[in-house]
Design a protein around this ligand. Sequence first.
Ligand code: 3AM
Length: 186
Amino acid sequence: MKRLFFALWPEQTARQQCEAIIAKLNSTGKPVTAANLHVTLLFLGHLPSEQQAAITRDAARIPASLTSLTFDHLSFWKKPAVQCLTTDSVDQNIALLNENLAAIAKRHGIVIDDRPFTPHVTLMKKARSAIDIAFNPIIWHSDGFCLVESCPGTDGVDYRILKHWPSIKPLTPKQENKHALFKTEY
Ligand code: 3AM
């Protein structure tokens, strides 16, 4: 069984801007690696392959839409002990995407988190306290979403994109080495 979630993956600019903030947060926790930066749309948990296939089939029917989030706050969440980027203004297309994905998951009997959807980008784990730093808002554009596997990795966890809608071109091997994120199955 694979541990899966739906997510938005960053464009290069947004990823680099996140990395710059992580650098400013230096030594205040465990930094998220550049290749792991994402916005979780819906956490699914461990799914057997038949359920993964059914979810994948249904997710492909969700109309593709352009989405944009402006991350302008750095938040400290005490319980998960993370520093993350957050936003007060959630793009309606992203809220709809989350609703559509949640409906698919429920239809296939997956128990999902019933807390309100709060788009965020985790930058630092094992964080101990709030930190006040200045940064320019990060505009996170997406033209689709992906199904991601969370795998145990050398750095704790590695995220592996299994599928992306709409389809994207795999990176060249050189790019793949750099960001290790397009080890795709599609
Ligand atoms: O880094 P973020 O918060 O975006 O927090 C976990 C991570 O997202 C979240 O899923 C993403 C990939 O692991 N996650 C892990 N377990 C979860 C759970 N039981 C969960 N979200 C909701 N319920």
